[in-house]
Structures are given as structure tokens and as C-alpha cells.
Write a new protein. Structure first.
Length: 385
């Protein structure tokens, strides 16, 4: 088994980059922290394997600039083997790296009708490889890395080549290699660069609040993000959302600030409390000036006419699902298996079709749905865009 080499300097990284430019295939994975131990979405380790080597690149090393490796990842002449790479790709895009020629083996396994499973389970099931215990949820900020972390990180990439070989063999036997290629091509065109690093609030936070109170709570939650970023802590650890909601409803709840466990010690000081008071006062003044009501809900209730239309539209969608897409999906299950069918025609994909976003589906899926629909006497073309 190839020994993993820890890369902690730009000099060593340059040698890795030079090596990667000479190979036709590499495997890559990331370990990151997403608002668990620190604030934001942060890269903690990059694992790369080639047929003969395995590198663990440490982006937290003060002597290394991981961006120097980005051109090698963006080189379309080198195929990159990955597994369930969605969040990893989001992070790389936000760092300004846009990898090309990605081959997601998780997607390929789904099309081959393997059940949803971790990489560990698929390695055991497909190529008979047993790897060590998971360290995914460990603190990847800690240095030095533990032996368990090093083995886990290396195992995430060094067997992907063998896994790919077996998956390709099975895909060729079923004649679906072009489906896999089409799915992977989508990874080369999607962009997550404009997504925010962190979201201060979500629509569900509006539930049960008035227009006025919601305006105030939004301002307090945005301030919490500022504090969290300044102390480099996840926002939920810095100030509990329930306390801010209580303050938004009743400003006297701010009296709890100094003697509550809902405030992290990093924010347990007069300066932060004073800023909360200022934000609160300004937000309440804005809410008054905007004419926001304490009686009207932040999420407006539907009028009887609106509710009737909502029910009619919902019932129509359910009828189309039942009459069109349920039999189409059943045929997919018969032909390709339950897991492959669920991947190709998931509930989310059906919802996209029903709201007119059928053009988002890969061409092979559109062709399959049309063909099966015709066989069943069902016209799916209006939903494919």
C-alpha cells in the first residue's frame, strides 16, 4: 500500500504539482470544517492520489499556499476521480478553483443500481477492500494530524482508481458508460462561486413572528454573523438564536445577557451587549418607519381565493405524479433497478419537471423518459421543456 506523504511547504507542493501534470488520472478528496469548530466553510486538508503516490496537502501550514496547486486541478487533460464531491466542489469554487474532468464514482455507482452507501461500504462491496474506522467527524483543524486521521484521509483517495476500473467494467457490460460521462460533464459546468459563505437566517426562522419582530430578528442575526466571524466561532455557538428571538419579541430579555449560557464567553462582555442594544434600537426604529405591523405575521396567510388556487395546483401536481411519473418510474425500476431509478427520477427531479425545469435533466434521462412514456402511452414531452 502506498504511504501517504504529508505536504507542508511550497517547495514540496511544487514537486507535487509537477508530478500531477505528468499523469493522466488522479484521485482527489477534501477534509473541511463547515461551521462546526470554526466560523464559515474552510479547507483543512486536500488528499490526492496517483497510481504510485498519495499526498496529503496541508492548507493550514503557514509555509504552503494551496492555491499554487489549483492549475493542476483545473487541467482538463487529467481526469480527477472523486466520490460524492458536491460539497467539496462548492468549497473549491468559493476558493477560486474550478476543477475540470471530474469523474464522480458515487454517481456512477448509483446508475449501476448500487444502494446509497458510504465510500467505505462501496469499497468493500465492489472491490473487496476493507479500510479503517472513519475519522470524518473529527476536528481537522487540529495539528498534528492523528494517525487515524492520516489513514482515513489517505484511504479516501488511494483506492478510487481500482474502484473506477471495476465500475467502468460493469458500466460497459450494461452499456451505460455514456450516461456516466454525461452526468460527470455537468460537474464541469456548474458553478457555486456566488453562493454566500454563510447564511444568517432562513425562511423557517420567520415562523410565528410578526412583520415587525422578524425585521428586528433579521438585524440581530446578521449582527451575530459579524460577531461569529470576528471570534472565528460558528454563529450558533456564539449567541443562541432563541435568545435573539426572545429579545426581538421583548427587548427586556436582553437583561439575561450576562447570566445566561446562551451567550459564548467570547461575546459575554459589555461591548458586545452594547452593540446588541444599538442594533436592536436601530432595527426597531426602521421597523416603525417602514410601517411594519406587530399584528401581521411575517409569513402572510393565504386569502381564501389564494388557498383555493394553492389546493387546486397541489392536487393537479399530485395527479400528474400519480398518473404519469409513478408508472414511468415503475418501468425504470423494472429495467434498471430501484436505486438507479431513484437516482434518475428522484422526487426533486419530478418537482423540477412539474414546475417547468425539465431542461435541467441530462439528455440521456430526457430520452429515457420520452421513450418509456411512449411505450406506456404517456406523453411526458410537455414536462421536459
Amino acid at each position: 500500500m502506498t504511504t501517504a506523504e504529508l505536504i507542508e511547504s511550497n517547495r514540496a507542493l511544487e514537486q507535487v504539482r509537477s508530478h500531477l501534470n505528468s499523469v493522466s488520472e488522479m484521485a482527489i478528496d477534501l477534509e473541511f470544517d463547515k461551521n462546526r469548530f470554526r466560523y464559515g466553510f474552510n479547507l483543512c486538508l486536500m488528499q490526492i492520489a496517483t497510481p504510485d503516490d498519495c499526498f496529503l496537502v496541508d492548507p493550514l501550514s503557514p509555509d504552503l499556499n494551496v492555491a499554487n496547486l489549483f492549475p493542476a486541478l483545473e487541467n482538463a487533460a487529467t481526469e480527477k476521480l472523486v466520490f460524492a464531491f458536491g460539497e467539496d466542489l462548492r468549497l473549491l469554487h468559493q476558493l477560486g478553483c474550478f476543477p475540470k474532468a471530474l469523474y464522480d464514482l458515487k454517481t456512477a455507482a448509483s446508475l449501476l443500481n448500487y444502494p446509497p452507501a458510504s465510500l467505505t461500504d462501496l469499497l468493500r462491496q465492489i472491490i473487496g477492500v476493507e479500510v479503517g474506522a472513519s475519522a470524518q467527524n473529527s476536528n481537522w483543524y487540529k495539528r498534528p494530524l492523528s494517525e487515524k486521521q492520516i489513514h482515513y484521509a489517505a484511504d479516501d483517495v488511494r483506492f478510487l482508481g481500482a474502484l473506477r476500473n471495476q465500475i467502468d467494467t460493469e458500466a460497459d457490460q450494461l452499456g451505460i458508460r455514456d450516461w456516466i460521462e454525461e452526468e460527470n460533464e455537468r460537474l464541469n459546468t456548474v458553478s457555486f462561486a456566488d453562493l454566500p459563505e454563510s447564511v444568517a437566517f432562513r425562511k423557517k426562522d420567520m415562523a410565528g413572528l410578526s412583520e415587525f419582530t422578524w425585521h428586528v430578528l433579521k438585524a440581530l442575526l446578521e449582527f451575530r454573523e459579524e460577531v461569529a466571524k470576528s471570534v472565528n466561532r460558528p454563529s450558533f455557538q456564539v449567541i443562541h438564536k432563541d435568545l435573539l428571538a426572545a429579545i426581538a419579541v421583548d427587548p427586556s430579555a436582553l437583561k439575561q445577557w450576562s447570566n445566561t449560557r446562551m451567550v459564548h464567553r467570547a461575546a459575554h462582555n459589555p461591548d458586545v451587549k452594547k452593540r446588541v442594544e444599538e442594533v436592536l434600537e436601530q432595527a426597531r426604529a426602521e421597523a416603525h418607519s417602514l410601517g411594519l405591523s406587530l399584528g401581521k405575521p411575517a409569513i402572510p396567510k393565504l386569502s381564501p381565493e389564494e388557498y383555493k388556487r394553492f389546493r387546486e395546483q397541489r392536487d393537479m401536481r399530485e395527479k400528474i405524479k400519480r398518473d404519469v411519473f409513478t408508472p414511468v418510474k415503475s418501468r425504470l425500476v423494472e429495467q434498471y433497478g430501484e436505486h438507479a431509478a431513484t437516482f434518475m427520477l428522484s422526487n426533486r427531479a419530478i418537482d423540477d419537471l412539474l414546475i417547468g425545469n425539465g431542461e435541467r435533466l441530462p439528455e440521456y434521462r430526457r430520452h429515457l423518459l420520452t421513450q418509456i412514456g411512449d411505450d406506456l402511452g404517456l406523453d411526458v414531452r410537455p414536462y421536459l421543456g
